[in-house]
Ligand binder design. Structure first.
Ligand SMILES: [Zn+2]
Length: 281
């Protein structure tokens, strides 16, 4: 899946260090990300080349994490497009090569979003500072401490014997055109299994039973952590569609399941392939 980056090692221990020449600079402007577009591959600026290009203020660098021995730093200052590095929409990171750098850039985007929307203390209004000991923002005035926000989402593969329920979004709700599974954010006060039952009932009007956890996936594109579940339909299998969100929900037998858009990189399509290949259920 998206987060499986082969031999590369993602390390998000909070161990800030000064930038080295080979370290990577992550530059954002709003929801746009600066990278060089090399025919499907992304290139991000390395500190050694970039330090002079953008006249970097070291006080505006935020340590994010390392991949192997390369650290990523968020540059929290305005920077203009230069030397082939241009701003792109956040979603344009998706599906590019190399996979490890795509994962790193998407993860950095999630952190950048959190920093950008938490400049001031929500309790007293003073400016937040960075904690020295952990990934947190601390208000020096009132002591309020906040941690990165991750929204939990469940994805549910509803099955009925040899059939699986695939959905398509209403285009007004989501631009994603391929088949998907039922998904939704967990509400406060819910266990994930409750979210599964509620979302399936809300979106397709079905009751489910035999709910089993499958796998999880960090999904920075919606600032989320996805948890995948399989569940059997209980009672009738006739769908009542929530039309604001979905345009279609169709039962497919294993041999009729269509091909996905990009292999098994998303948890959704990893689950669909797992069902097709009898790996789960
Ligand atoms: Zn405060």
């Amino acid at each position: 899946m998206f987060q499986d980056i082969g031999k590369h090692i993602y390390d998000n221990h909070f161990t800030p260090r000064p930038p080295q020449p080979e370290d990577i600079l992550f530059i954002c402007s709003g929801q746009r990300v600066m990278f060089k577009d090399a025919g499907g591959r992304i290139e991000l600026p390395q500190f050694g080349d970039a330090a002079d290009m953008w006249n970097i203020d070291f006080d505006r660098l935020i340590y994010l994490f390392t991949i192997d021995d390369i650290a990523m730093f968020l540059l929290d200052q305005d920077a203009e497009e230069k030397s082939g590095y241009t701003y792109h929409g956040f979603m344009e990171i998706r599906g590019r090569q190399p996979g490890w750098l795509t994962f790193a850039a998407a993860t950095a985007s999630h952190l950048a979003h959190w920093y950008r929307f938490n400049r001031f203390c929500g309790k007293c209004g003073a400016e937040f500072g960075q904690s020295d000991i952990e990934r947190a923002l601390v208000c020096e005035k009132c002591g309020n401490t906040i941690y990165p926000t991750i929204s939990p989402v469940v994805i549910t593969a509803v099955t009925n014997g040899d059939r699986i329920l695939l959905t398509q979004y209403n285009p007004e709700h989501s631009p994603y055109k391929n088949y998907a599974l039922i998904a939704g954010f967990a509400e406060i006060g819910e266990a994930l299994e409750d979210t599964v039952r509620r979302e399936v009932m809300e979106e397709v009007g079905l009751s489910v039973t035999n709910i089993h956890y499958y796998k999880s996936q960090p999904w920075p594109y919606s600032y989320s952590l996805l948890s995948g579940f399989f569940a059997d339909v209980k009672g009738g299998s006739e769908v009542t569609l929530e039309e604001d969100e979905l345009s279609k929900a169709v039962w497919f037998t294993r041999d009729a399941i269509p091909q996905g858009p990009d292999g098994r990189s998303s948890l959704t399509w990893d689950m669909i392939e797992a069902f097709r290949n009898h790996e789960f259920k």
